[in-house]
Design a protein around this ligand. Sequence first.
Ligand SMILES: [Zn+2]
Length: 195
Amino acid sequence: MKLYNKTKYPDELLEAVLVEAGRAVGARTSKVIVKVTSAKPGYVHCRGIATKCDYVKRFFLDTRAYRKGTHKLKEGIVETDGGYLRLTVPYPKIPDWIKNSDIYPRWLEAHQAEPENIASLIFSVAAHEWRHIKQYQTRMFRDRFSVKQEQAKRHDNRAWEKDATRAASKAEKRNTNNKAEAITNLITWLEEQYE
Ligand SMILES: [Zn+2]
């Protein structure tokens, strides 16, 4: 996996969870570009998008290199395997103004912001998007879906969305040692951030 981690989550923890999510839905993960950003503090958003492509311009992955004036980097491309996965994960810390207020327990409950929920949320959103990558890798759009017919339907009713949702919920239920370990490590780290 070519991870571009723009968040405060440690690379190893994030990578372990994302690789497990990808494997669980049958995607080839090793050469896929994954860019992770985090939502604003206090927002418990997790969403993703998978784009079909063979490469991404380096400029979109490393804006800093551009700012330094490294023109060669700006012009470069990064190859990927089937698609490009972007993920927005919840901000790993809870801001003090929420933590110190009376509504904190209710806020935790309403947003389901407990570390266990956040870790499994990241896993399931990632699994859904990885399934789209798998669809690009195995050319399902050419072989299995009739794109025009499906695009007339509402977003969630399209064949590829149903396929991704089904695969993700299967992946959530499946228990392997690696998955449990990756998620537990992430939960432990999140708990430290919450203190
Ligand atoms: Zn989808």
